[in-house]
Each structure stands twice: as structure tokens, then as C-alpha cells.
Ligand binder design. Sequence first.
Ligand code: FEO
Length: 170
Amino acid sequence: MLSENMVRKINEQIIVEHESSNLYLQMSAWCAVHGLAGAAAFLKAHAEEERMHMLKFFDYLLETGNMALLGPAEQPKHEYESLEAMFTQILNHERFVTGKINELVALAYEDKDYATLNFLQWFVAEQREEESLFSSILDKIKMIAPDGRGLYFVDRELAQAAAAPPQPEA
Ligand code: FEO
């Protein structure tokens, strides 16, 4: 059985994942209007992944006999200085999300809620993958994107990544 505190924290996480999805979809719009079709496709696909994360938490609350709540989502920022500034924000955002997942894990330990602890393991692995993915993209952007030609290659690579997204661990 989930503690009241756990239900409240998972409902907060539903909002975090929903806001992540909105943030990446909004970023994909910025990329699209700045001629970065590959980055736009990549971020749009990632917005869908975040929606899937939100649904996992949503379904978990319902499966355990609790009410899932869709809270208000913040309007995401829609202006960026550069692709590098955008991916810096993404990496920082993912680090923030990892912190939120770690808080849930800590609470599951405190509650001796081993079923939720088990459920959260997927997210622990997913956050590790996402931080590593965004960190490597940011490194590439820093390395080759300052001139227009480099940006073209980064965008082409992101288009390929969008066409074959990494499969989350089962
Ligand atoms: Fe759902 Fe990218 O964290």
C-alpha cells in the first residue's frame, strides 16, 4: 500500500513529466522555425517519451488503487539563444528530473515500500541513459556546431537519432 506522502509525490512527478513533454515539444517548434528539422524531429520524439513516462506514473497510481491527478503545467520557454543554450537547458532539466526520481526512491526506502522501489528502478536506469544521451549531444554541439557547417552535421545526426530512437530498458 502506498503512503499518502508517496501518492502526493507521484502526483507531483506526473506534473514534472508532463512539463518535460511540453518543454521538449516547445523546443522542437523553436528548432523547426530556425531551419533545424533534424533537431525538431528528435525533440518531438523525445516529448512523446516524456508523455510515456507521465503515463507510467499515472497508471501506477491507478493500478495501486489511488487517484492520479493532472495538475497545472507551466508554460515552457520558447526563445533560445542557440542550439547549445537549448541543450544545456535540457541537460540541466534532466539532472533536475533525476533528483526528483531519487527523492521518490528515498521515500520508498523510508516507507519500506518495496513494490514502488521496484517500479522506480526503470526510471533510475532511464535517467542515467537520458543524462548520458544529452550530455553526449551537448559535447558534440560544443565541439563542432559554432560554425554553420557543424550545425548542419549535428542536425543531420539528430534526424537519424529521431528515426531510430534508443530503446528504453524493459
Ligand atoms: Fe522523464 Fe527525461 O525524464
